[in-house]
Design a protein around this ligand. Structure first.
Ligand code: CMC
Length: 435
């Protein structure tokens, strides 16, 4: 790959008495990486990067983010433009197919999503037999894995139509499955998808419509949900997306790869943070709104406690998604005439943290999860389903990333190495001789 002056850049590395030249890969936004894929072969050395903070695991055309400047673009389009003008379905198409759809393509995609939106009736039985206290993320991960038994079309097939049907099926059915899971957990009758409703409207209706209280769809709620899901639709090589790529590289079926992504997202340092933020804000509320003990704990190096919804591995500036979701939260609450005391606490906490030397020094700004829970609460989503909402939004991203790997003729099994620091050769001791 040539640089701006038309030269192939290389990096020179001297190690173990040998100097080797390694190619430099230059991304379309000028980011540079040293390609170390031949390093071990040439020198006998590997690289060590716990947490993978300096390791690129792939070349990708899907999402660009710049953490220093707070930039996020899907297929080149700034996320704020998509949040303002697009819908979740259109953004999903963009991520998976690489271009914005024409009207005809979008209609076809919407029809496919509608056609795929029912789930096999036997799946209800699974939900009914899951212990009632199970976390919805564990349920979703298991149920997506189960889809392979009900719809076993795609394994490692390369037939484009079959792949598209399977990918559309996942996006459409997870929404129905999440709402179905919620209804069954409450002991209520399942509400089926309707062909006259949009993707987001359908989800809200399946969640909240009831024979005794028909659900009134509200335009501002649909808009807020579209924005929420657009903002979560992809985020390049984060923990769950890397899990999807890694598990998928073993050529397992795509449902299992996505199921692994859901499991990875569950963690409180990743997608689980949106639930943890609300729990933290509620704890502050229960403490009479007194923020300072929470901030002090987060700064105390002897205490593992962290301010949830603050900090990001890549963003060292304000997370661009946080700005948009903050605006969305205010607009939604105003339109719905809701007053949420947790929003006031969140704003107060943000102001305190942004002026605090610790947060300034560590460059810890609010991330997407900080305000997203306020939006979800206003929509009526129960707190334990917040991370499921993140997962539904991330579906197109996981699928696009899986597909990018699967379409790559050089797709290889992901197999990192390690530096072994354990016991050297020792020998088996019969049990009676052990002390
Ligand atoms: N509160 C207090 N201290 C923090 C925080 C926080 N929220 N985040 C990082 N730090 C400190 C941390 O204690 C460490 O200090 P030291 O170097 O003195 O030990 C330093 O900053 C670096 O932390 P790290 O964990 O090595 O950094 P990271 O880049 O791996 O962390 C993070 C990224 C998101 C895991 C972390 O900022 C965090 O735990 N935040 C809270 C959880 C959260 O909001 N997660 C949602 C992330 S955005 C949604 C998503 O994309 O998944």
């Amino acid at each position: 790959m040539k640089n701006e002056n038309g030269f192939q850049e290389t990096a020179s590395l001297t190690v173990g008495g040998k100097t080797v030249q390694l190619p430099v890969i230059i991304g379309s936004e000028g980011e540079r990486a040293i390609d170390i894929s031949s390093l071990r072969e040439k020198t006998g050395y590997i690289t060590l990067d716990p947490g993978l903070g300096n390791t690129g695991i792939c070349k990708s055309q899907i999402t660009f983010m710049n953490g220093e400047e707070g930039i996020l673009r899907y297929r080149g389009i700034p996320v704020d433009e998509l949040a303002e003008h697009s819908t979740f379905v259109e953004t999903a198409y963009l991520l998976i197919n690489g271009i914005l759809p024409t009207r005809m393509q979008l209609n076809k995609f919407s029809v496919q999503l509608n056609d795929q939106s029912l789930v096999h009736e036997d799946m209800k039985g699974f939900y009914q037999n899951i212990p009632p206290r199970s976390h919805p993320m564990g349920i979703l991960s298991s149920m997506v894995n189960t889809l392979e038994s009900f719809y076993p079309i795609l394994k490692t097939t390369t037939k484009i139509e079959e792949i598209n049907t399977t990918l559309t099926r996942i996006i459409s059915k997870v929404r129905t499955m999440a709402a179905m899971s919620y209804k069954i957990s409450r002991g209520h009758r399942v509400v089926y998808p309707r062909p006259d409703l949009c993707y987001c409207g359908n989800f809200l209706n399946m969640m909240f419509d009831s024979p005794v209280r028909p659900y009134q769809l509200d335009k501002s709620a649909i808009k807020a949900l579209n924005v929420f899901w657009i903002l979560h639709a992809d985020h390049e090589q984060n923990c769950s997306t890397s899990a999807v790529r890694l598990v998928g590289s073993g050529r397992v079926n795509v449902y299992a790869a996505i199921s692994a992504g859901i499991a990875a997202l569950w963690g409180p340092l990743h997608g689980g943070a949106n639930q943890a933020v609300i729990e933290m804000l509620e704890a502050i509320q229960a403490n009479g709104g007194n923020i300072s003990p929470f901030v002090e704990r987060a700064k105390d190096k002897n205490d593992p406690y962290r301010l949830m919804g603050f900090g990001h591995r890549v963003y060292k500036a304000y997370d661009p998604r946080a700005k948009i979701i903050n605006k969305t939260a205010h607009a939604l609450l105003e339109k719905m005439q809701i007053s949420d005391p947790l929003l006031d606490i969140a704003q107060k906490l943000e102001q305190v943290a942004l002026k605090d030397d610790y947060f300034i020094e560590y460059r810890l700004y609010p991330n997407v999860d900080f305000y997203s829970g306020i939006v979800l609460r206003a929509l009526g989503i129960p707190t334990n389903m917040f991370t499921v909402m993140f997962a539904l939004g991330r579906m197109p991203g996981w699928i696009a990333q899986w597909k990018e790997d699967a379409d790559d003729p050089n797709w290889r099994l992901y197999r990192p190495r390690q530096i072994y620091i354990g016991q050297n050769t020792t020998h088996y001791i019969p049990i009676e001789e052990r002390v």
